[in-house]
Design a protein around this ligand. Structure first.
Ligand code: GLP
Length: 245
């Protein structure tokens, strides 16, 4: 595990974008695993700027997103597919047919999960996976549990996650209760993983995830075992780890 300390959100975003940028330059047809939430927005903004300056070309890049709310599709502003279009895809020269998210409108969970697992395998796996972390340690929507879920599956979101994501909706009742998410094995099988963690509100979970034991109670802790995992965190998020990391 590699730890890169950043000053603040902007610095962490730029450093993370640099890692993604290098990946795309070195392998123009990379499969990027992408994430939603507020953590990666600054990363996407930086990538858009470099694309606009002519420094980056996404024409051959393929993407697979970690997750999607069940019951939501491109027409829903809060869906992750709409988030990705708004925050990244609509602003770069990526081929929309090369961008993939679980289909939240597919009601048959078994079918959708099998289909997404096949898709990831068909692409040859993920070259670089971008991750954020939930306040309870979730990655994608892999919530704290008694065991690590392997492949894409349908999850019941915890109240903690529903509350945290309520800020994107008009009220808490509108937050979907279920989501499709890549599993822990899918994430572990990515060749490289980079996680961005910023802000004081993430300091406690960052300490638990990376200075504590590997446990499905803190899903992100499994990343300690990944052979090419980079944590990029700002001073506020690192404030409780001292020199443990
Ligand atoms: C959601 C996403 C996660 C993300 C998490 C943290 O639950 N499914 O992929 O890491 O939110 O979001 P934020 O970066 O806004 O704190």
């Amino acid at each position: 595990m590699r730890v890169i300390r950043a000053k603040d959100y902007l610095d962490a975003s730029r450093k993370t974008a640099n890692v993604i940028s290098a990946q795309v330059i070195l392998k123009p047809d990379s499969v990027l695993g992408l994430a939603t939430g507020s953590s990666p927005i600054g990363v996407y903004q930086q990538l858009i700027k470099w694309y606009q300056k002519g420094d980056l070309d996404f024409s051959q890049v393929r993407t697979v997103n970690l997750d999607e709310y069940v019951g939501m599709g491109p027409g829903d502003e809060q869906s992750y597919v709409a988030f990705m279009r708004r925050n990244l895809f609509d602003h770069i020269n990526i081929n929309p047919q090369n961008t993939h998210l679980p289909n939240g409108l597919e009601a048959n969970a078994a079918k959708q999960c099998a289909c997404y697992n096949d898709l990831i395998r068909g692409l040859g796996g993920v070259d670089l996976q971008l991750l954020g972390i939930g306040h309870n340690g979730h990655i994608g929507f892999n919530e704290p549990s008694d065991c690590f879920a392997k492949g894409t599956h349908c999850v019941e979101l915890t109240q903690n996650t529903i509350d945290a994501n309520a800020r994107f909706f008009e009220n808490k009742d509108q937050v979907p209760k279920k989501a499709y998410t890549m599993g822990i094995l899918d994430i572990l099988q990515a060749k490289r993983v980079v996680m961005i963690v910023t802000g004081e509100s993430k300091a406690q979970i960052l300490k638990e995830a990376f200075c504590g034991p590997v446990t499905p109670k803190v899903p992100a802790s499994i990343m300690q075992l990944h052979p090419d995992f980079t944590l990029i965190a700002d001073e506020a998020a690192m404030s409780l780890v001292g020199d443990l990391l």
